[in-house]
Ligand binder design. Structure first.
Ligand code: SAH
Length: 372
């Protein structure tokens, strides 16, 4: 065993035991010296995931209810300047129906995701949706992913009964953030929005894209440190995938780059599990886009404990192409229960149906504060 390998394994053990790691140690963990060490990293993260959550994967049904967006993020297929997309908002009935179907199917939670709008017509519609979904006979827990909003709006949505909120920071590096956004979007305002989300009482989730131009393992280590410092409850991360109708559409996409992005994304999941421990970590659709057969499962094997099958109306799927190659499967179909069961059983896991699946981190941080 070389000195490097020995040191890496020692560090992995230190992380597994829960000792607080320095930024340098986080970066070292993200840089396994060989393929065997990388596998050990995944195995250790999976072991910790299983100790904390058992052999179970929480499911959330994803409903992409509108692609209308006021932002112009350089990477995103639904940015406002992309004239090639036909814009839609599902009707309230359609959205509530999708949520009801998801609940009938056994999903304990749904995610309502959209482009970003702050106008009252939109924010009130979301409030109504939350109320209608909560009035269903067996209401699923609601996660929102609708961008930056005022504290008042976040509070209104929380009061209406939404439980969780996802707002990715995209990159905690000021240089990278400003390279992938127009001037009107700032890292400071994204971070402030994340604090408002927490203040409004939501279980709070964030995340980054992995494999952005110029992004090094040092940047990614800082992202994980940011997650820890922000004390978040949930993480959703995935590889960056160029979308041809965006300013970042001609970013490198050769097989070597893609392979590197995929492997970095898995390492990020594993190291985030070891550093943050009792948070929910999603194995995202972007992983599945790069490896349609096994992408999501590989994320779980690297320590993720949540998957978010798409349960929205399949007719809208082609207009929600955040990136190229986004899988457009109808995951509300008859056989999805069986498929999910089979694919998870293959890797020694089981779907956790009928559970809202709160992250223990949130339960702990709010215990005694009367917020749970
Ligand atoms: N507008 C909402 C959510 C919709 S986009 C919000 O701001 O939170 C959801 C996520 O998709 C984004 O946070 C981003 O991380 C991811 N995404 C967008 N374009 C992408 C691309 N080209 N490759 C990979 N992920 C992308």
């Amino acid at each position: 065993m070389t000195v490097k390998v020995k040191k890496y394994i020692e560090l992995l053990e230190t992380a597994y035991c829960g000792k607080k790691l320095s930024l340098r140690q986080i970066e070292s963990l993200l840089t396994p010296p060989d393929a065997e060490c990388e596998q050990k990293l995944f195995n250790t993260a999976l072991k910790l995931k299983r100790e904390l959550f058992g052999n179970l994967v929480n499911l959330r049904g994803l409903i992409e209810f509108s692609n209308i967006c006021t932002r112009d993020c350089f990477y995103c297929g639904i940015r406002r300047s992309n004239a090639k997309v036909s814009r839609y908002t599902m009707s309230e009935d359609e959205i509530v129906c999708s949520a009801a179907l998801a609940s009938e199917f056994g999903y304990g939670a749904v995610v309502l995701q959209s482009g970003e709008r702050e106008d009252p017509a939109f924010t009130r519609q979301v409030t109504r949706l939350i109320e209608k979904i909560n009035a269903l006979p067996n209401p699923p827990a609601i996660t929102l992913s609708c961008g930056e909003q005022s504290l008042q709006t976040y509070r209104e949505w929380a009061a209406a009964g939404a439980k969780r909120y996802l707002l990715r920071i995209e990159s905690s590096s000021p240089e990278i953030f400003s390279a992938i956004h127009p001037e009107e979007s700032t890292l400071a305002s994204r971070k402030a929005a994340l604090r408002r989300i927490r203040k409004a009482g939501f279980q709070t989730g964030t995340g980054v894209m992995i494999g952005l131009p110029g992004q090094t393992l040092h940047h990614l280590a800082k992202d994980i440190k940011f997650f820890r410092d922000a004390d978040v409850d949930m993480i959703g991360m995935g590889p960056f995938l160029p979308q041809s109708d965006t300013p970042m559409g001609d970013a490198p996409d050769d097989p070597e780059t893609v392979k590197c992005r995929f492997s970095r994304a898995l390492r990020m999941i594993a190291v985030t599990r070891l550093v943050l421990r009792d948070v929910n970590i999603a194995s995202t659709t972007a992983l599945q886009a790069l490896d349609p057969e096994n992408g999501r499962e590989k994320g779980v094997l690297a320590g993720a404990n949540v998957i978010m099958p798409n349960v929205g109306n399949v007719n809208y799927r082609r207009d929600y192409q955040l990136y190229n190659g986004k899988p457009a499967l109808d995951e509300n179909g008859e056989n999805i229960r069986r498929q999910l069961l089979e694919s998870l059983q293959k890797i020694g896991e089981l779907p956790r149906w009928d559970s809202s699946g709160d992250p223990p981190h949130f339960v702990k941080r709010t215990a005694g504060a009367g917020k749970v």
